[in-house]
Design a protein around this ligand. Structure first.
Ligand SMILES: Cc1cc2nc3c(=O)[nH]c(=O)nc-3n(C[C@H](O)[C@H](O)[C@H](O)COP(=O)(O)O)c2cc1C
Length: 170
């Protein structure tokens, strides 16, 4: 008889964890852009303003992050599911940039002009743990377009926010 492992149970628990969907984007030293979909980003501290995300050690972003390349954390809007799918697909590098209003900072960091928010960061620290690296970045700049709704991920599916009132929320 097989027993569920803590890892399998954690995966099941995380499927119940409703997340905001982000895309982390950067420009490699050779000028090509790269991006991955990630639900791990969160803020760390407001002093200094900082964010972290967890990235698999096999990720194509790893070398650029280790080189200290700046990156953007783009908090996706509800109409950006295609961007999320592209950036978690088998496509590589520039092939992931065929959807979305991609723009570039003066130093070349790619960010989405039509995201809910785009947070531009400089890597401050990378902490290896298990199969992943925890990447901590200090925040240089934040773009905050108005009037967007968030894209969510829950139970292996993309979803949109449905605000509830006291009457219809159990
Ligand atoms: C909703 C969603 C959230 C994800 N979150 C993360 C994450 O936080 N960290 C991570 O390393 N990969 C995450 N992934 C997986 C990567 O997006 C995916 O493996 C991607 O293909 C990696 O690209 P790469 O192989 O070019 O590094 C997530 C995928 C999806 C669909």
């Amino acid at each position: 008889m097989s027993h569920p492992s803590p890892a399998a149970d954690l995966m099941a628990a995380m499927r119940r964890f409703a997340s905001t969907v982000t895309v982390i984007a950067l420009r490699d030293a050779d000028g090509t852009r790269n991006a991955i979909t990630a639900t791990s980003p969160t803020s760390v501290s407001m002093d200094p303003p900082s964010m972290l995300f967890c990235v698999h050690r096999d990720s194509s972003l790893r070398a650029a992050l280790a080189d200290g390349r700046p990156f953007s954390v783009n908090i996706l809007a509800a109409n950006q599911e295609e961007v999320a799918r592209l950036c978690s697909s088998k496509l590589r590098g520039e092939e992931r940039f065929t959807a979305g209003d991609w723009r570039a900072e003066a130093d070349g960091v790619p960010y989405l002009g039509d995201a809910e928010a785009a947070v531009i960061c400089t890597t401050a620290q990378i902490v290896p743990f298990g199969t992943h690296d925890i990447v901590i970045g200090t925040v240089d700049l934040v773009h905050l377009p108005e009037g967007r709704e968030p894209l969510l991920y829950h139970g292996g599916r993309y979803a949109a926010l449905a605000p509830c009132s006291a009457e219809d929320c159990p």
